[in-house]
Design a protein around this ligand. Structure first.
Ligand code: MEV
Length: 451
């Protein structure tokens, strides 16, 4: 396939033309298809074009809402952007369940971000480096005042700076480890700008100091970067109810349900294979809020999974217990989110999401995202330990299958009705669909794209 230099400099139309002529056999329908996803308003489209490089069109994800979330006594209708069919339904179901049982409770356990200057110093007396570092520590604050002053006015800034000796793991490796309060911004640009300034201060001061020998005045700054691992930017979301209020239909008493539920959580605490799926379910909820509110879901994911491994073994992010007749279920998750900066004030749907949530600050948004993660996990476990997951999952997935089969609205209605008391599967759906149309049922039913 051809390569091209200067692709980013082409106009959007020329980019599409190049793609279509080189990869789509000059299919004019492909051009029209891509253009059909452009926003009809040119200014809105330009906004989306400029979020990234080489935009050729838009990629739609459903934007749904889960109403009836009661969080710390306040009701929310929560925006969720996600493609997986059962996620919003599961969140809404959980919200309703807990609405009748006092709702969700949250707490910010800590609110710090971290960044490092990773550097190599080949001197042989770490104590001397420490003495030098202490002698210049103030300068890291004062010489970055031009970057931090606005954040300080908002109550944030640099919280702490320390020298970390990592030489036991890598010869000559040290860090300047800094902690920050970035208020309502996620803080990546703020932190990285300060760290790069720290590196200049370090190199300048080490060259000038009288506290080190000449041969110790060399420092190699390898890199300056925030860490997406923020174990001290931690939020807890929690639900509680008397055990008898946890009864599940006629088959299970509250005690039986709560015990089985706690056992399922325990399995995810000790078995990494299960913990991965369990935490994936939590992230279904967290990510959908994070995406709808214009935050960085890759950072959130990376951080959550490092946190889940902090004991040296990958474990569940949620925990459950029964104590004095009360069922308690909670999630502790580090979430570094911003409600200002990035695309938060640019993306029209993100702006809508904030309005819907009553314009939360970063701490509130941490609480909301954690609650949806907990709600999601509750719904998944509730299904898993009772009816099994497929009943609800396939019911939601049915519409995707019917859309893939290009069923008419009438056919959809009839088939959905049929599956009210039949088990949904891809092959069963194809079979009933073919019968309804009076066409032959294929001998081998291809389940491609229908996991
Ligand atoms: C599916 O996206 C998520 C679940 O597998 C989570 C879980 O098993 O806990 C249902």
């Amino acid at each position: 396939m051809p390569v091209i230099k200067g692709f980013s400099k082409l106009s959007k139309e020329a980019k599409i033309e190049w793609i279509v002529s080189n990869y789509m056999e000059n299919d004019t329908e492909a051009v029209e298809f891509l253009k059909s996803y452009w926003h009809p308003d040119t200014a809105s489209q330009k906004l989306h074009d400029e979020f990234i490089e080489n935009t050729i069109t838009n990629f739609y994800l459903p934007f749904g809402v889960a109403p009836n979330f009661k969080i710390d006594g306040k009701n929310y209708c929560i925006p969720m952007a996600i493609e997986e069919s059962s996620v919003v339904a599961a969140a809404a179901k959980s919200a309703n369940f807990w609405l009748d049982r006092g709702g969700f409770h949250t707490e910010i356990l800590s609110f710090e971000k971290i960044g490092h200057v990773h550097f190599i110093w080949e001197g042989d007396d770490t104590e001397r480096l420490k003495t030098f570092f202490d002698s210049i520590e103030d300068k890291f604050y004062t010489h970055t005042n031009h970057i931090t002053k606005n954040m300080q006015l908002r109550g944030g800034g640099i919280l702490d700076i320390e020298l970390v000796d990592k030489t036991a793991e890598e010869k000559g490796y040290y860090q300047i480890k800094a902690t920050f309060d970035t208020c309502d911004s996620m803080g990546a640009n703020f932190i990285n700008s300060i760290l790069e300034e720290f590196s200049k201060i370090l190199r300048h001061e080490i060259a000038e100091t009288a506290l080190l020998e000449d041969y110790e005045k060399e420092v190699q700054v390898v890199m300056c970067i925030l860490s997406n691992y923020t174990p001290n930017c931690l939020v807890r979301a929690e639900v509680r109810a008397p055990v008898e209020k946890m009864a599940e239909g006629e088959d299970m008493s509250g005690q039986q349900f709560a015990e089985k539920f706690c056992r399922a959580v325990r399995i995810a605490e000790i078995e990494p294979y299960r913990a991965t799926t369990h935490n994936k379910g939590i992230m279904n909820g967290v990510d959908s809020v994070v995406i709808a509110t214009g935050n960085d879901f890759r950072a959130v994911e990376a951080c959550a999974h490092t946190y889940a491994s902090r004991t040296g073994k990958y474990r569940s992010l949620t925990h459950a217990e029964i104590k004095d007749g009360e069922f308690r279920f909670w999630l502790d998750i580090p979430l570094s989110l911003g409600t200002v900066g990035g695309i938060t004030s640019l993306h029209p749907m993100v702006k809508f999401a904030y309005k819907l949530l009553g314009n939360p600050d970063a701490r509130d948004l941490m609480k909301i995202a954690a609650v949806v993660g907990l709600a999601q996990n509750f719904s998944a476990l509730r299904s898993l330990v009772t009816s099994g997951i497929q009943k609800g999952h396939m019911k939601m997935h049915l519409l995707n299958i019917l859309n893939q089969l290009e069923a008419t609205e009438e056919e959809k209605k009839a088939i959905i009705h049929y599956f009210k008391d039949h088990i949904v599967s891809y092959s069963a759906t194809v079979e009933i669909f073919c019968k309804m149309r009076g066409i032959e049922v294929p001998k081998v039913i291809n389940t491609k794209n229908n996991s």
